[in-house]
Design a protein around this ligand. Structure first.
Ligand code: ZN
Length: 303
């Protein structure tokens, strides 16, 4: 697998768990009636007209900087009991694909941008005794206090009942194994890789700012679920029905879009199937749009 971005001694890989028409438009977003013409114009990697479903990816990003390996978001995971049928007892080659890039024992840090069930799954695998144990035995798993409070709150109980108890099989075992750290925000994992609070989808949702460690030149933004779909680029007021804090989520999304537009760095948006590197630009009237792929505004060398 080739990296989606390479600059100096930094490589970023996208590891996809799936890419499928997955969610009816009206399940993902409320208030889309007036956007029907724009939805109809979306390409086949963003929208499936035959089922009226949005195409979604589930992606992780592996950042390798010198000897340091950091994994962002761990998907749904295999063999986990889930209420949503496409997630239930999922079986994909995600771990094989990751292992072709790096030995799982060499992953140093694992970060879930937020504690939703499609971002924590590969935190654990089942051992021969039938116990869920950390997939990356030598990694520190980084969490923040706000999302730890969120996942143990009454509100989370409803979510866990709706989705399947991903806290029990994908989060608690990491704490029980003693490999979890609660970190303050912002938090520098290593030079040029910084976790930043970007609340909305959950109270403790984080993004990761990747920059050149020597020059501090920005390279990319790993945006978690600050943006679920390209439809939210021109229409940032669209907020997913899964967000905890709707207005905060919109404010975060606008700020992430502005940062990418103003610096020219790409968003790495794990649910967006159509773009590995999602470049954003401003329209003449101050709105946002996806930058045309032939606009040479990439900061770094890409393969
Ligand atoms: Zn998600």
């Amino acid at each position: 697998m080739q990296p989606i971005l390479r600059q100096g001694d930094t490589e970023i890989y996208r590891i996809e768990e799936y890419r499928i028409p997955m969610l009816p438009v009206t399940e993902m977003f409320l208030d889309t009636d007036r956007l029907r013409p724009q939805i109809a114009e979306l390409g086949p990697l963003d929208y499936d007209p035959s089922s009226d479903q949005l195409v979604m990816s589930s992606s992780s990003y592996l950042v390798r900087r010198g000897q340091t390996v950091i994994l962002f978001d761990t998907g749904v995971g295999n063999d986990k009991p889930r209420a949503r049928s496409i997630w239930n007892q999922l079986s994909t080659t995600w771990l094989d694909e990751l292992s072709a890039i790096v030995d799982p024992a060499d992953v140093d840090f694992v970060v879930s941008t937020h504690l939703h069930c499609d971002h924590v799954g590969w935190n654990t695998v089942m051992n021969e005794e039938g116990e869920w144990v950390p997939t990356f035995p030598n990694a520190r798993y980084l969490f923040n206090e706000l999302d730890r409070e969120f996942i143990t709150s009454d509100a989370a109980t409803v979510m866990l009942e709706r989705n399947g108890d991903f806290r029990a099989d994908s989060i608690t075992p990491v704490f029980d194994a003693g490999v979890a750290d609660i970190v303050p925000l912002p938090y520098e994992i290593c030079p040029g890789v910084e976790l930043v609070h970007a609340p909305g989808d959950t109270p403790g949702h984080m993004i990761a700012r990747i920059s050149d460690p020597e020059s501090s030149t920005p390279l990319a933004l790993i945006t978690g679920d600050a943006l679920h779909h390209v439809l939210q680029v021109p229409f940032p007021w669209l907020t997913s029905s899964f967000c905890s804090l709707r207005q905060v989520a919109e404010d975060t999304r606008r700020s992430v879009l502005a940062e990418c537009a103003d610096t020219g760095i790409p968003m790495l948006a794990g649910h967006v199937a159509s773009h590995d590197l999602l470049y954003i630009e401003r329209t003449p009237d101050g709105q946002f749009r996806v930058a045309a792929p032939d606009i040479p505004i990439q900061p770094g060398e890409t393969p």
